[in-house]
Design a protein around this ligand. Sequence first.
Ligand code: FPP
Length: 239
Amino acid sequence: MPRHIAVIMDGNGRWATTRGRPRTFGHASGARAVKRTVEAARRLEIEALTLYAFSSDNWRRPDTEIAALMALFRRYLAAETERCVENGIRLTVIGRRDRLGGTLRRAIAASEEATAECRDMHLRVAVDYSARDMILDAASRLGAGGQFTREKFSEAMAAAAHAPGGVPDVDLLIRTGGEQRLSDFLLWECAYAELVFSPRMWPEFAERDLEAAITEFQRRERRFGDVGDEAPAAAIGSA
Ligand code: FPP
């Protein structure tokens, strides 16, 4: 089983538009898919699940769409924190905090505090997140000329993203909505992630889709730069 699954939840807007509904309707349906996916991941005993809810580039969207998304995040935290506690799910939010509204910041702090001792699964929601900004921030925290290791750099990345440590690198990255790109998500942590692109629009993503992505992951041979058992001695490359 993958220990850490990350998801780029894409397709809310297109799903709504093809139904003649506003994009915000797609996001509200997407929030229900979040709830289903968290429950499914917990049932499957996934250790960490990171969901891309709002990228730093999403601030370019119309104010009304941003306001609707922020309201959905607040409502999600208000409605789900208690359920997370009951199910042993630690909830944290990664990304920048300084551009979020005060009410959302307080809701995040309350959820993080309430779930801090939960150990069965770690749910991380990425809000105002840019992997490149996190890498830049981490590099400036460590300063020039230091002899830093990958572990030290990972710690600085975690500090930059307000992310508690101890989360393994991403094993499986799923992107819904048919596009095939990373969109500045977890670039450092996905160094050896298996990528699975699903044509399913996020509001329709269901437990069977998560299971299908995990089955696909299990079919892949992960070599981490080594050669497989069957590889000829002359094999080169590090894929
Ligand atoms: C990507 O674009 C999706 C988002 C920017 C928002 C993701 C938000 C949710 C899934 C709902 C709320 C989340 C939580 C954690 C409660 P898009 O779906 O607008 O894509 P499209 O325009 O390409 O279809």
